[in-house]
Ligand binder design. Structure first.
Ligand SMILES: NC(=O)C1=CN([C@@H]2O[C@H](COP(=O)(O)OP(=O)(O)OC[C@H]3O[C@@H](n4cnc5c(N)ncnc54)[C@H](OP(=O)(O)O)[C@@H]3O)[C@@H](O)[C@H]2O)C=CC1
Ligand SMILES: CCCCCCCCCCCCCCCC(=O)[C@@H](N)CO
Length: 361
């Protein structure tokens, strides 16, 4: 009994000391980035999450600019925002892969207070089946495009007249926190954004600019609709671990994250666990979140390992099933009908695969 209370006292003291230390370190870091009357520049603002963000920012009284390649879709977006909010937005047709076009658009739009790099493309496929062209396409649009945007907007942001804090927000993905089957190139482009964001935050903090990285799960958008038609079944199975959100909900989380200057912005509960499990050395401005990260690191690692175990089990089963179907077809060709041999083949394949997976995992 005495031992137990000693342990309790020890735990309580440790908790309080860590809390006080964190409060001391992070105390002056609580900030508020206003949206009203600010210039919010959103790329990919003609569809999905970007369009939802443009609606939301315009309804909150921001001066909104949107950039995308297709001018017709930009005009449609402009019209729908005018109808729902009564506010006009400026549209800039440009491809983020072209640094000169990006620079021209941003110069024309005027100094930016909140830059939201949301444009993104995703072509999910196993790397072996993916053309290098597609890999390059995703890296160019998702990662290089973001470099072009930030390089173009930064001088104006640093020299802005207003004393109020500014923001550079980057839309990543949960596939930018953990590698997912079928997303080798996509995950690489999104992981790259994290390195960019972490280093950039140190370079711009002196100018009162806050970087936010947003990590949505699957989100109901025209982009996802296209993607689900072609993505590998295993990608869908694994991505389903985190459910699907509406573009409006993701836009709300994003704008709130930007407002509070949060560096990591998860969008749902799984995203919160994922953020804790992958906190690494990223900045944290909330004492409460910092406390969660410190104390939940171990347990979330455990949950993460269980989740991974489930994913590898699905992969193993899927391949065993595929192998079974293949052997079925082969033996049908040779014998004209299914027979006992199929089951033998299937069981052997399964056994081989499971021993293989036991070794690698
Ligand atoms: N939907 C989802 O499940 C998830 C999406 N995300 C991320 O959120 C972001 C938005 O996704 P979502 O709303 O689904 O995408 P959509 O496909 O619905 O919209 C993409 C937008 O980006 C623009 N865009 C694409 N390529 C370029 C380019 N080269 N230059 C300029 N603009 C471009 C498109 O316009 P246009 O084609 O006219 O250029 C469009 O406005 C992406 O970064 C994506 O990776 C993250 C997690 C989940
Ligand atoms: C520690 C515990 C963690 C528990 C939950 C982990 C769940 C991870 C799921 C990852 C889903 C990735 C979706 C990518 C969506 C996307 O970007 C594409 N639709 C392209 O747009």
């Amino acid at each position: 009994m005495a031992d137990l209370s000693l342990a309790q006292v020890f735990f309580a003291v440790t908790f309080i000391v860590i809390f006080l230390l964190l409060a001391l370190i992070l105390k002056s870091q609580s900030i508020k980035i206003p949206i009203r009357n600010r210039h919010v520049f959103i790329t990919g603002g003609s569809s999905g999450i970007g369009l939802a963000l443009a609606h939301l920012a315009a309804s909150e009284g921001a001066r909104v600019s949107i950039l995308a390649r297709n001018e017709d879709r930009l005009q449609e977006a402009r019209e729908s925002i005018r109808l729902s909010t009564g506010n006009d937005v400026a549209v800039f047709p440009a491809d983020v892969r072209d640094p000169d076009a990006v620079l021209r658009a941003i110069e024309e739009a005027g100094p930016v207070d909140v830059l939201i790099c949301n444009q993104g493309v995703f072509v999910p496929r196993e790397l072996e089946k993916q053309e290098l062209e597609e890999v390059k396409f995703m890296i160019d649009v998702n990662l290089m495009g973001t470099f072009h945007l930030i390089k173009a907007a930064l001088p104006g942001m640093k020299n802005r007249k207003s004393r109020e804090p500014a923001s550079i927000a980057i839309i990543s993905s949960q596939a930018g926190q953990v590698g997912i089957y079928g997303y080798t190139a996509y995950s690489a482009s999104k992981f790259g954004l994290r390195g960019l964001a972490e280093a950039l935050q140190q370079e711009v903090i002196a100018h009162n600019i806050f970087v936010s990285l947003i990590f949505p799960p699957d989100t109901d958008t025209p982009g996802l609709e296209q993607e689900t038609k072609m993505r590998p079944q295993l990608t869908s199975i694994i991505a389903a671990s985190s459910g699907t959100m509406k573009a409006d909900e993701v836009a709300k989380k994003t704008l709130n994250g930007i407002r509070s200057g949060s560096f990591i912005v998860p969008c749902n509960f799984d995203g919160l666990l994922l953020a804790i499990a992958t906190a690494g050395l990223s900045p944290q401005r909330s004492v409460l979140m910092a406390l969660c990260e410190v104390f939940a690191a171990g347990p979330t690692r455990f949950i993460g390992l269980c989740v991974q175990w489930g994913w590898y089990r699905s992969i193993k089963r899927w391949y065993a099933q595929k192998n079974y179907n293949l052997t079925c077809r082969c033996s049908s060709i040779f014998h004209g009908t299914h027979n006992q041999l199929n089951y033998l083949f299937y069981n052997c394949a399964n056994l081989l695969l499971s021993s293989h997976f036991c070794c690698v995992h």
